[in-house]
Design a protein around this ligand. Structure first.
Ligand SMILES: *[C@@H]1O[C@H](CO)[C@@H](O)[C@H](O)[C@H]1NC(C)=O
Ligand SMILES: *[C@@H]1O[C@H](CO)[C@@H](O)[C@H](O)[C@H]1NC(C)=O
Ligand SMILES: *[C@@H]1O[C@H](CO)[C@@H](O)[C@H](O)[C@H]1NC(C)=O
Ligand SMILES: *[C@@H]1O[C@H](CO)[C@@H](O)[C@H](O)[C@H]1NC(C)=O
Ligand SMILES: *[C@@H]1O[C@H](CO)[C@@H](O)[C@H](O)[C@H]1NC(C)=O
Ligand SMILES: *[C@@H]1O[C@H](CO)[C@@H](O)[C@H](O)[C@H]1NC(C)=O
Ligand SMILES: *[C@@H]1O[C@H](CO)[C@@H](O)[C@H](O)[C@H]1NC(C)=O
Length: 345
């Protein structure tokens, strides 16, 4: 191609100025081609060098903008410096952020637990994000949602944005978590997400809470509004007036199934950095929350929640058919659920 072009120009010159010496013409063409070549080369070199320089600067800026000298290298994969899409982290841009997920089951105290965590200035737990079905319709939508949360691009009443040091969500085992566990574990590992398992020891109390909550979803005892969590003793008393009847035949199979699900979840996520918290332990000893704060590596603070417990006191007063339940559980591994009692506040 280059040769063709060269001959073509030569021909043109030859036709237009047939009387001039062919040697001079050839020299002119040659010099012209050389000048052009040098010019093109110099432009190319300039572009290459600027691109290199820019790429190098970008790497510096994106990868390690704020390396903290006091973080051990083991910890580095767990520490992030997100860059939210539509705002700047301002004075906290160099504060490291950790990612977490509270993995739990309905009516295990996770709502209360989450309000306690969100009382911390530097913790944003964005609620039960995956209770919305489309967000968990497949692994791509799950990953997309998680990416937004962990990049601090998720806006909820809990998000504190700029100065968040730990960001996460509450995720129920039956909200796609068990179904897509393989991909989710991989995501947690690659992004450095840690898990806080929140379980309830007394699964019988949990069951009663599940029954009462689903009853209220239909009947809406509080002035026609369904509430899963309440903020006043009056509301708690109104909700606690309803005493569910537990199906004694299904009781043991149900309790077993919950236990199995719990065991399976722990097995699936055993390679994820995690801690296990029992609701009853936090109720009995609020200083358990310092363990959680240490786990999330946030400064220790006293945490408060405005939520009021709905079902208080002795179990026998909370259900319609206490005798049946007692009969069904006595002499089984679940017998202790009948006696355990505790108080909150
Ligand atoms: C970012 O977008 C969200 C949702 O669109 C909005 O609520 C928030 O105010 C925006 N933040 C800024 C700093 O613009
Ligand atoms: C934590 O709770 C206390 C008492 O309810 C409240 O005054 C404070 O504003 C809360 N802090 C945050 C960050 O929510
Ligand atoms: C995942 O679900 C979303 C929303 O339901 C849908 O738009 C998308 O096509 C699905 N993607 C795959 C790979 O199935
Ligand atoms: C916690 O938030 C406060 C502002 O609310 C900020 O000054 C502080 O640096 C944050 N701490 C961490 C560890 O991010
Ligand atoms: C129900 O509504 C009445 C009247 O608006 C109010 O006085 C009462 O406190 C409400 N009860 C609850 C439990 O919200
Ligand atoms: C308990 O559940 C079983 C299976 O669903 C049902 O056959 C039985 O009638 C129920 N018993 C009561 C007392 O509701
Ligand atoms: C409460 O929990 C903390 C931290 O887990 C522990 O050190 C302390 O001994 C506990 N206190 C009681 C009274 O059990």
């Amino acid at each position: 191609m280059a040769d063709d072009l060269f001959f073509f120009t030569k021909d043109v010159f030859l036709i237009k100025a047939p009387k001039k010496s062919p040697l001079v013409l050839r020299m002119i063409v040659l010099v012209f081609a050389m000048v052009c070549g040098v010019y093109i080369c110099s432009i190319c070199l300039k572009q290459v060098s600027t691109r290199n320089k820019v790429g190098y600067l970008n790497l510096q800026v994106i990868e390690k903008p704020c390396q903290e000298p006091n973080i051990e290298s083991l910890e580095t994969p767990l520490v992030h410096y997100p860059k939210p899409k539509n705002y700047s982290r301002a004075e906290c841009a160099c504060n490291p952020v950790r990612y977490f997920a509270i993995l739990s089951m309905q009516r295990s105290g996770s709502g209360w637990f989450e309000t306690l965590l969100n009382n911390h200035t530097n913790i944003s737990s964005n609620g039960e994000v995956f209770s919305v079905k489309v967000r968990r319709s497949n692994i791509s939508t799950i990953v997309e949602t998680l990416d937004r949360i962990y990049n601090l691009d998720w806006f909820s009443s809990a998000s504190k944005n700029e100065c968040t040091a730990a960001v996460g969500l509450k995720w129920m085992l039956n909200q796609g978590l068990m179904q897509h566990h393989k991909e989710i574990v991989k995501y947690f590992e690659s992004r450095g997400v840690t898990a806080i398992f929140l379980f309830r020891r007394n699964l019988l109390r949990r069951m009663i809470s599940v029954l009462a909550n689903s009853y209220d979803r239909e009947v809406k005892l509080l002035n026609g509004t369904h509430k899963s969590h309440v903020h006043s003793p009056l509301e708690a008393d109104i909700l606690a007036k309803y005493k569910p009847t537990v199906n004694a035949t299904l009781l043991i199979p149900n309790l077993k199934q919950v236990e199995e699900t719990t065991t399976k979840a722990l097995e699936y996520f055993k390679s994820t950095r995690h801690m296990i918290v029992y609701y009853e332990d936090v109720v009995k000893n609020r200083t358990k929350l310092t363990d959680v704060q240490d786990f999330l590596k946030v400064p220790r603070m006293e945490l408060k929640s405005r939520q009021v417990k709905i079902h208080k006191g002795s179990l026998s007063n909370l259900v319609e058919n206490w005798d049946d339940i007692q009969k069904a559980l006595t002499g089984t591994p679940f017998e202790s659920f009948l006696h355990a009692d505790y108080r909150r506040r």
